[in-house]
Design a binder for this molecule. Structure first.
Ligand SMILES: *Cc1c(COP(=O)(O)O)cnc(C)c1O
Length: 390
């Protein structure tokens, strides 16, 4: 009998290795083959084995989609060529004249897509602090169709109470979409908390090795799924089979990697919190984080991302970002290697002159799976250099 028959009863660690994956029926290959083909033979006109053309469906992509649906506890998943392609396709469910409420601390590219692209086509957007239920209630309108949130947010690592916003969304007849990129299903599963859609930039923790760009939508309800499946094919922003394979390969170690990311981020957070040159550390695992209690309740662990500011602001922040050697100065996050960046100048440059603008002295770390002691040594020497320049 197929192991996927009893998949629901397995623990998350087992699911990451086995979900959706069966030996290849043709060859017995244990790992899903890369079906590098654009088209499929038809035995007779319209009679085929379920695949016609690789924009519409591809067997490597099917396995990835099935795996992600299982990991997020959803019925359906659809893969895209990037996180932005997934968000764009999802937003096509919202029609001109309808209203979207978005958290006010979202990925810069998401803000750009909403404000600079989709707002031109008759969609209305309001950005609000979703950590505040009263502020949310004030901006709901009769035509609100979608509430969009990230938790933890990027780069300020605020937490939003998914179950509470889901309830508010459903009372007003709106959907709730959660960008689960920062937590991954290893730490939280928004569909179980009432979200209607989960999206991922699988480029980050899901792929996990900084070698592939991809996106995913996961959901339960079959009606929007049919429409999204139509849109996936109609718009065509789909991943190639090699990208699907790399993402599937990354998923196998997701649980192991997230354990290491969280353990290291916790140690780095405590080191920074005790350092005299550091002004503030934002990490959901620290007791002084404003939503520390929610983090304990909503997330299995506090994640691998943290942000901090330095006494002296932007000048020492730039020095630290330039002087680290193990932490690579680069955009993106969620890979095995540690990265450092200044969001205001890098990932969040697209919100620079907007209400979402980020403090130029904020440093964001994506803490990798190296040795925590080596990471701390690297930060210590960079902080020392920053202090000596002051
Ligand atoms: C990176 C990212 C995206 C965009 O994903 P791409 O794969 O880069 O298109 C969306 N949301 C969050 C939270 C991200 O970190």
């Amino acid at each position: 009998m197929s192991k996927n028959h009893k998949i629901q009863s397995f623990d998350f660690e087992t699911l990451t290795v086995h979900a959706g994956v069966e030996p290849d029926p043709l060859s017995g290959a244990v790992m899903t083959p890369i079906y590098q083909t654009s088209t499929y033979v038809q035995d007779d006109v319209g009679r085929h084995k379920g695949y016609e053309y690789s924009r519409t469906d591809n067997p490597t992509r099917t396995v990835l989609q099935n795996a992600m649906a299982i990991l997020e506890g959803g019925q359906h998943a659809l893969a895209f060529s990037s996180g932005m392609a997934a968000i764009y396709t999802l937003l096509r469910l919202v029609k001109p004249g309808e209203h979207v409420i978005s958290g006010n601390d979202v990925y810069g590219g998401t803000y750009r897509l909403f404000e600079s692209v989709l707002a031109q086509y008759g969609l209305e957007f309001t950005f609000v602090d979703l950590t505040d239920d009263k502020a949310l209630a004030m901006v709901i309108r009769p035509n609100t169709r979608l509430i969009w949130l990230e938790t933890p947010t990027n780069p300020l690592l605020q937490l939003v109470d998914i179950a509470s916003v889901a309830q508010i969304a459903h009372e007003t007849g709106a959907w709730l979409g959660v960008d689960n990129t920062f937590a991954s299903p290893a730490l939280q599963q928004p569909l179980q908390l009432g979200a209607d859609f989960v999206i991922h930039s699988t480029t980050k923790y899901i792929g996990g090795h900084s070698d592939v760009v991809g996106g995913m939508i996961i959901l339960n309800d079959s009606t929007p799924y049919e429409e999204l499946k139509f849109l996936q094919n109609a718009i065509g922003a789909v991943p190639g089979p090699m990208d699907c394979f790399l993402t599937l390969r990354g998923i196998k170690t997701l649980a192991l990697r997230m354990d290491a990311h969280c353990r290291n981020a916790g140690e780095v957070a405590h080191f920074l919190a005790d350092h005299p040159a550091v002004a503030q550390v934002i990490y959901p695992g620290l007791p002084d984080h404003p939503q520390h209690e929610l983090a304990n309740r909503q997330m299995k662990k506090p994640g691998g991302m943290l942000s901090f500011t330095l006494i002296g602001g932007e000048v020492p922040a730039r020095i630290v970002a330039q002087e680290t050697q193990l932490f690579t100065l680069a955009e993106s996050l969620g890979g095995v290697e540690s990265l450092i960046e200044l969001p205001a100048l890098m990932t969040h440059a697209s919100v620079a002159d907007s209400p979402l603008a980020i403090d130029p002295g904020l440093v964001r770390l994506s803490v990798g799976i190296e040795s925590a002691a080596d990471l701390i040594d690297d930060l210590a020497q960079a902080l020392h250099k920053a202090a000596s320049v002051q």
